[in-house]
Write a protein that binds this ligand. Structure first.
Ligand SMILES: NC(=O)c1ccc[n+]([C@@H]2O[C@H](COP(=O)([O-])OP(=O)(O)OC[C@H]3O[C@@H](n4cnc5c(N)ncnc54)[C@H](OP(=O)(O)O)[C@@H]3O)[C@@H](O)[C@H]2O)c1
Length: 227
């Protein structure tokens, strides 16, 4: 058993999620920012790859005091469990995700992570070891389910989203398309990695929602299971 997995990303009108230098840019407007805060508050856990931690240093906390109070009153931590997928245990000990906000942090490493790195991270987070080279994502999702996670939000980046898509582990894609053009053939996109090479392997999507938000568009797609 695994949680329901949805991906949430903001991309420019030309389909980029940051600059070619992997510098974070503001793509969402205020309304999308509030929407993301709400879907975060409604999630049991929120996951990112180590690439995103190293380039953006996100805290992934719920920002609205009202939503934090709502979670508290429901008997939950004010922030969802925050999960970093980090084979080699490269999460910096001073990363915001380990220090800002409340609640559990999980660093998922593979067996390539050095015992020293794991020991340091254990001072700040629960360390889950799974997979030989990279993190075994299915085993990690099963472990999260075991810990009570039923709804998992994946915030990127493109390498982690690709790996989850390739394994058929994404149930829904939520994409905010913002009113800027970033450009650059090397700028990250929502789904990077090697990409699907055969048409019959492309995941098929069903549009659930297309609505105007800020000066952009919110798209929600269900990922169909059969390929
Ligand atoms: N606009 C948005 O909504 C948004 C959101 C998030 C991020 N971003 C952007 O995305 C960029 C970062 O994305 P990224 O693609 O470089 O990094 P990423 O997807 O955040 O992290 C990828 C890393 O995760 C680790 N990993 C461990 N096990 C894995 C597995 N089984 N499959 C895949 N990866 C695994 C790998 O590093 P190790 O092997 O070293 O562990 C891999 O390089 C930044 O520029 C950031 O600004 C944008």
């Amino acid at each position: 058993m695994r949680p329901f997995v949805f991906v949430n990303v903001a991309m420019s009108a030309d389909g980029k999620i940051s600059t070619a230098e992997r510098r974070q840019v503001r793509i969402s407007g205020d309304d999308d920012y509030s929407r993301v805060d709400r879907v975060k508050a409604e999630s049991d856990a929120i996951m990112v790859g180590i690439g995103t931690v190293l380039s953006d240093n996100p805290s992934l906390t719920v920002k609205s005091p009202h939503l934090r109070a709502w979670r508290r009153e429901a008997g939950k931590d004010e922030d969802p469990i925050r999960v970093v997928v980090d084979s080699r245990g490269r999460t910096p000990p001073d990363a915001d995700i380990l220090h800002k906000g409340t609640g559990k942090r999980i660093i998922a490493v593979s067996r390539t992570a050095s015992p020293e790195a794991v020991n340091v991270l254990r001072g700040y987070a629960t360390v889950v070891v799974t997979g030989d080279e990279t993190v075994d994502l299915l085993a990690l999702l099963e472990e999260l389910y075991h810990l009570g996670v039923r709804r998992l939000m994946v915030e990127g980046g493109g390498t982690l989203i690709w790996a989850l898509m390739e394994l058929g582990l994404v149930d829904e894609l939520q994409t905010f398309v913002g009113n800027i053009v970033i450009g650059g053939k090397d700028a990250p996109t929502p789904v990077d990695g090697t990409g699907f090479l055969r048409e019959e392997d492309f995941p098929r999507l069903t549009l659930i929602e297309a609505s105007r938000l800020d000066d952009g568009l919110l798209l929600r797609w269900r990922v169909e299971r059969e390929r």
